[in-house]
Design a protein around this ligand. Structure first.
Ligand code: URA
Length: 237
């Protein structure tokens, strides 16, 4: 039908075909995605240059980590970036992984009730976790995973610069206070958190994780006393 290859090529180009079929696939979409990834990575700021949480989000989500392979969504934070209180939990669970928001499952509902008992609303607090991806089968993050994400957590603390860090559970206590001591030994006292970039130390209070309180409700008395310590400090400030 076509007299020459040239005519045939012109016909194809005019029909909108700009590439030839080959025995091996062209993978045009994959190449585009790779270019996009490269561009995104190139445009990423360095951790220490970041001064806003929204600039931290692409950096953390691009961070290559085993743990994200089994998770659905990254879960970074919820609440108010201008808050004077920052709550740090362990890692997202199933509900959080589905919604991309920390503390929205049963433990989150208990946390909301605990906060409202001292007249706090979660929307006024900055809420995050040590690890932003759901660990497989909800297992506890390993020490390696805690250390891997620690620089991102530290940067969040420096950016938010709250007056108080309210630490929930042993994983967050380990990350923030660099200790393996039990919650029973750590709770009920104020600590200080410092980094080179913080102008002044931040007050730290450690308490039981709401997921633990759901399993062991007889520890709620101590948790209530910790909440009252938090309230007292807020009233002093
Ligand atoms: N447990 C956590 O530590 N964090 C969440 O976001 C949910 C449950």
């Amino acid at each position: 039908m076509f007299q020459s290859n040239k005519k045939y090529i012109n016909f194809l180009i005019q029909s909108g075909v700009h590439t030839f079929l080959k025995e091996t696939p062209n993978k045009l979409l994959e190449n585009q995605q790779n270019q996009l990834k490269f561009k995104e990575k190139k445009d990423l700021k360095k951790l220490e240059e970041i001064t806003a949480i929204e600039d931290l989000i692409p950096l953390i989500s691009n961070h290559a980590s085993e743990i994200k392979n089994s998770a659905k969504r990254m879960v970074l934070y919820d609440g108010n970036v201008n808050s004077n209180i920052m709550i740090i939990g362990e890692a997202p669970g199933q509900e959080e992984d589905e919604q991309g928001i920390p503390f929205v499952g049963r433990a989150g509902q208990l946390l909301n009730k605990m906060l409202s008992a001292i007249n706090l609303n979660r929307k006024d607090i900055y809420i995050t976790n040590v690890v932003p991806w759901r660990p497989p089968q909800n297992r506890t993050p390993t020490d390696q995973e805690i250390l891997e994400f620690l620089p991102f957590l530290q940067r969040q603390i420096e950016i938010i610069n709250p007056q108080i860090l309210y630490i929930l559970g042993t994983t967050a206590a380990k990350a923030i206070l660099s200790t393996s001591l039990s919650l029973g030994k750590l709770r009920g006292k104020w600590y200080e958190y410092k980094t080179l970039r913080l102008e002044s130390p931040i007050d730290v209070l450690v308490s039981y994780h709401p997921a633990f309180l759901l399993r062991s409700p007889n520890y709620k008395k101590e948790a209530w006393s910790d909440l009252q310590m938090l309230q007292k400090k807020l009233n002093e400030n």
